[in-house]
Design a protein around this ligand. Sequence first.
Ligand code: DGY
Length: 319
Amino acid sequence: MSKPVIWITRTLSEATLERARRDYEVIWDATDTPGSADDIIAMSAQVDGIIPCHSEHFSAAVVEQLDPRLKIIANHSVGVDHCDLSALRSRGIIVTNTPGVLSDATAELAMMLMLCAARKAVAGDRIVRSGAWNFWSPAFLVGKQVTGARLGIIGMGGVGCAMARKARGFDMQIHYHNRSRLAPEVEHGAIFHDTLDGLLAVSDFLSLHCPSTPQTVGMMNASRIAQLPAGAILVNTARGNLIDEAALLAAIQSGQIAAAGLDCFCAEPGGNAEFSDHENIVMMPHVGSATVKTRDAMGAKALDNLDAFFRGDTPPDLV
Ligand code: DGY
């Protein structure tokens, strides 16, 4: 029997490409450029499945033009906001994602951003690197202490729970807001707030770990940012559009927000040029899940989902 044909849109890990080539006819090239709408539409007539990343956009307009040959989109991402799910559902196209396996890597990066923002790492690095370190003073680069502070987490899924686990190592007091309260054995003493307002009021540090949906886009707007304690630090490793970037900039300029750590932006790639003037905004280019171990695990999950589908089973990570 001939192997199903799949398109792998980007450069996935060696282990993933090797396994994919063993079990499928793979269309892939090494240019590692995001697939455009035209690429996706053209490719849908040649393949049975696609492994895309969040860089390929399956908008309603694209989905409408997909060839009926395409049966499954096995995302190499946990986020699926690049897919118009209702359009895909109405075309009968299966969508899967890679939950769980990137929680630790993403939480690790959130911790790094939080620590770097709190302890002024960007300014410190620049001062040492540029040779401008010519004095020491007890008033020099004094930051905000993370140990023992209150951490608010919005979204207590896999990444939020991993963030809580890591923050406990810093003796942080964990508070969270989530669609529903976690079971006590999963909460590990974290304090649930059934309203966002309640959480914001106690968050010396706030870390976002919820998906981007019509309900959460722009969630951290000027009035919500104003509810944080003065001098709070905001961390975002989820999706850029959860934050109103103009409101964040104004809060950074006024000092209402002491610092921010951002791995994602409203405009990607590129980010927000206005943030670059502020050394108290630590920025990374959307690399939360970028570790060797996690990339291998994401690739394996995407392939497990394809394998299940082509065997006639329900894929384990059906969205
Ligand atoms: C995800 O998996 O959603 C990450 O943001 C990388 O795409």
